[in-house]
Design a protein around this ligand. Structure first.
Ligand SMILES: [Zn+2]
Length: 238
């Protein structure tokens, strides 16, 4: 199955938090979108890996994803080496995305920056035909995505471009709230975390509102690019 966009995140919920509205908009525009979670978030203070699996499946349904897989790397400890790169290369060659979205280049959680570089390196290596991979006994062809962009999540990184997501922020919040073990739940007895605070979700929508204000729309999500963002004509920009 070929996907138009493949978004990868170190933990289930990273993609929803970083670019959930952008994905909802692309899906509404007919694009085929998938998510690959690198870990099951098993070190998370709240909930459990099994609960996160269920939450991720629910969020996938809300967003209307064409595919979602989990590579089951070790939360907190996966490294950027050949073994891990090959697992991601297999996914890139399986889904042949034109655009890959991955974690922020640096962030509060140490897995985000590391995961970001790991995915970015794998996207390059995936284009080299002498790196041989196979999936379910079938040899895979080399595939390099046209673009690799990094969604902004916790740290307030200055974006290289922003996407107008007005009309899709509600869908993003709905997908994020599928992770009910992680966010504000007055009934939960799990310890409080930086994201279980009731103001956390407000900060997510506030940031989208702030970015939207800067480009004259209601809501926007920001990304950084690894090379210059190019346009065909000057009026391509909104
Ligand atoms: Zn994360």
């Amino acid at each position: 199955m070929k996907l138009d966009i493949l978004a990868l995140g170190a933990h289930p919920d990273d993609v929803e938090l970083g670019c959930g509205a952008t994905l909802a908009k692309e899906i509404a525009n007919g694009k085929k979108v998938g998510i690959i979670d690198l870990t099951r978030g098993e070190l998370g203070t709240r909930g459990s890996a099994e609960k996160r699996d269920q939450e991720a499946a629910k969020a996938a349904e809300i967003l209307g994803l064409a595919a979602r897989e989990n590579l089951k790397f070790a939360d907190g400890f996966f490294v950027n080496d050949k073994e891990h790169q090959l697992e991601i290369i297999k996914m890139i060659r399986k889904y042949k995305p034109d655009v890959v979205l991955c974690n922020a280049i640096r962030d509060r959680h140490i897995d985000h920056g590391r995961g970001s570089k790991l995915v970015s390196d794998a996207c390059f290596l995936s284009g080299l035909r002498r790196i041989e991979t196979e999936i379910e006994g079938t040899q895979q062809d080399a595939w390099r995505p046209k673009q690799v962009y990094h969604y902004i999540q916790w740290e307030n990184i200055t974006p290289d471009f922003v996407v107008d997501v007005s009309g899709f922020i509600e869908k993003k919040v709905e997908a994020v709230l599928a992770y009910d073990s992680q966010f504000y739940d007055p009934k939960s007895t799990d310890p409080a975390t930086a994201i279980s605070n009731p103001t956390f979700l407000e900060s997510v929508t506030y940031r989208a509102k702030d970015l939207g204000m800067l480009i004259g729309v209601e809501y926007a999500e920001g990304f950084t690019a690894e090379r210059f963002v190019a346009v065909d004509k000057l009026d391509d920009l909104i």
